[in-house]
Design a protein around this ligand. Sequence first.
Ligand code: SF4
Length: 305
Amino acid sequence: MNPYYKDYSEYLGEIWPGIKVQKLSIDAGFSCPNRDGTISTGGCIYCDNRSFTPRYCSASDSISEQLRKGRDFFRKKYPEMKYLAYFQSFTGTHVSAPEILERMYEEAVADKDIVGVIIGTRPDSLPEETIKILERLNEKTHVIVEIGAETSFDATLQLINRRHTWGDVEGAVQTLADRGIDTGLHLIAGLPGEDESMILETVSRACRLPVRSIKMHQMQIIRNTPMHRMIERGQLRLKPYECQEYLDLCVKIVNRVNSVSGRRIAIERFVAQAPPEMVVAPKWGLKNYEFTNLLLNRLRDQQQD
Ligand code: SF4
């Protein structure tokens, strides 16, 4: 717990008081409607899913096997630890038939050490049948849905080929909240064409929704993505954040989240780290916890000013 904003451990402690919980990422073999032709085949221009899927995840293992391997890794050090099954790769609600989805989630929660499920998805991949499955699951365990929103500006969403709108995000969050399911929003800072005021406006808009957490990261240019090729061909201009500049922005984001939400909303993280060989820019050479420490120092300095 830190004194400057509600961090993710404080948030998890509210839901699972008194127990240490750890996310275990699962690759359940989901696809993405923005890649498999359901909506489009191009995908978001910045996306290479390998950049945010942990290397230890393999869809060739069953869900229960992936969870067992993840748990074994932590068990030696933290025998009392409990776990959250994290359907992270691609779109965690996108399957050909709803019964397949329910079976996958059921397989995860059958493990006695799994105390919750986190599902990453798109705002347009939550049809009523899926919401009903999530509701049933939420009666057995605690469900958190992480929605990829990225920005609240439709022109940017169009430019990056997200193929959904901010209105879709608002609708999905409200539907989940009405059905008693916790929601977090994923946002990206530094998308093409967006300046600081737009990023902070997106944070404000996100914090006015009934979400419990936001999760940010800096725009990273990943090698051989459509975005990388567009930049190389001169079709797109993008100046990734320098580390110090991004720290300044993150201080403003914390202040904005606290002022709009009154510390109601947790900030899960500020940075992402794709494998270094995949990243064209920025290359800060910092681990996530090192960035967080720098930010906490900045926030402490701000309080002392
Ligand atoms: S970022 Fe998500 S929605 Fe976009 S192409 Fe990649 S997996 Fe699909």
